[in-house]
Design a binder for this molecule. Structure first.
Ligand SMILES: *Cc1c(COP(=O)(O)O)cnc(C)c1O
Length: 407
């Protein structure tokens, strides 16, 4: 399964190419009605992202409003229990409780520069909706968040948070009533007024330039972690581990290490209840290449190419596709992707809560479960784990499952 990483790596930093491709993956598969909007966005990204004034404003907000840099925590108890050296990059301590704010804030700042009158967003777990609502409130932009009906129910606390920060939450009752349907609906809204509306996309997916833009905004995670790990552990990690839904926290952690041949990159997808079609959300592990939401990437589909509905105990990983850069890393052997079952993730979540005093998000728990497995096979490994978010939002599910309340 693992392809050996050669000592001299290809220049992964030269991707995406001018057409927004990561090797064969990525690109821009959008209807005619969206072409002008993505062109305009790409021009804006090219102009403002490298602009020192934009970067200074972003850095200022990240430091004084988001709470960056987030700490790197040495997890002594997990290290002892797993027989490895375990370090956690604490995105759960970022404002609104997950890494998503890095991206939402950056895109909201970009929306302002581009003269947008309102922002829209889609959300699965509700974390990206909350992050977008917060960034929009901070910058004085009206905000509409599309959310699948199923997720509105299972992430009720986040719906309230969005409303309190002034966002309008639209419950999407069509399609699979989760993240995939919410993205469809957000794209429809965007088409209606691509000039006045800025679509804050929540993961490293979608048509070019989104996967690139989101990677650039989330790479702050890996840049900080790299420096903190060198300082704390006296060298680079042997492996960086992150959970993969659309792949934004993972690409943010991985990217600053991508030219470090000695650092293995390990992404953990949602294995759900098992390998059957519809039983998981592990697009890289069980999918095949295809087009979804404007990008060519690995995709869960049946043998007729119909996109599959997914299952995961974690709403934030419950998506049929994955970012094209991950598909590229997998195809080149630069990164390895595995999956963790619902049950394994919940077990790892409890272990971390009980012995480290840190209640992680169920998404994050997948990274912990994958990391624990890696440690068993690689005693003494120096491990950097992307701790993508906190678990408060998951209390209703945790009460029903691991705490067995109301039975
Ligand atoms: C949304 C979310 C994820 C999954 O999204 P990615 O784009 O794959 O990072 C992971 N962890 C948390 C806490 C989330 O909220």
């Amino acid at each position: 399964m693992n392809t050996q990483v050669k000592q001299t790596l290809p220049d992964f930093r030269s991707y995406p190419d001018a057409r927004g491709r990561f090797g064969p993956f990525g690109g821009r598969y959008v209807p005619e009605t969206l072409v002008a909007a993505v062109d305009r966005l790409e021009a804006g990204v090219r102009r403002f992202l490298p602009d020192p004034q934009f970067q200074a404003e972003l850095a200022h907000e990240l430091n004084t409003w988001v709470g960056r840099p987030t700490p790197l925590t040495r997890a002594d108890a997990l290290s002892r229990r797993w027989g490895a050296q375990v370090w956690l990059k604490r995105e759960d301590l970022a404002h609104t409780g997950a890494h998503k704010i890095n991206n939402a804030l950056g895109q909201a700042l970009l929306a302002k520069r581009l003269g947008a009158k309102r922002v829209i967003a889609e959300t699965g777990a509700g974390q990206h909706g909350v992050a977008s609502a917060a960034a929009a409130a901070r910058l004085g932009l009206p905000c509409v968040v599309y959310m699948g009906e199923v997720d509105v129910e299972r992430q009720a606390p986040n719906v309230g948070r969005m409303r309190l920060m002034g966002a309008e939450v639209v419950s999407v009752t069509g399609g699979d009533r989760t993240l995939r349907a919410a993205i469809d609906e957000a794209m429809r809204d965007w088409v209606a007024d691509p000039q006045g509306t800025f679509y804050i996309l929540g993961s490293a997916v979608g048509p070019h330039p989104y996967p690139y833009l989101v990677r650039e905004l989330q790479s702050v995670i890996g840049r900080e972690a790299r420096e903190q790990f060198m300082k704390g552990a006296g060298g680079l990690p042997d492996v960086a581990v992150a959970c993969v839904g659309g792949g934004s926290n993972a690409i943010g952690l991985f990217y600053p290490f991508v030219q470090d041949a000695g650092v293995k990159l390990l992404g953990i997808e949602a294995g759900g209840r098992g390998p059957g079609l519809g039983e998981n959300a592990a697009s890289l592990t069980f999918g095949r290449p295809g087009v979804l939401h404007g990008t060519y990437s690995m995709l869960l589909q049946d043998r007729f190419g119909q996109v599959q509905e997914t299952h995961s105990v974690s709403a934030g990983l419950d998506y049929s596709g994955v970012g094209p850069e991950h598909a590229f890393y997998q195809s080149t052997g630069r990164a390895v992707y595995e999956s963790a079952l619902d049950e394994e993730a919940l077990d790892a979540l409890m272990e971390c809560a009980r012995y480290e005093g840190i209640l992680g998000a169920i998404e994050t728990a997948h990274a912990l479960a994958g990391a624990r497995r890696y440690a068993q096979a690689h005693p003494g490994a120096r491990m950097l784990i992307g701790f993508s978010g906190r678990g408060d939002k998951d209390m209703p599910i945790l009460q029903r499952t691991v705490l067995k309340e109301g039975e």
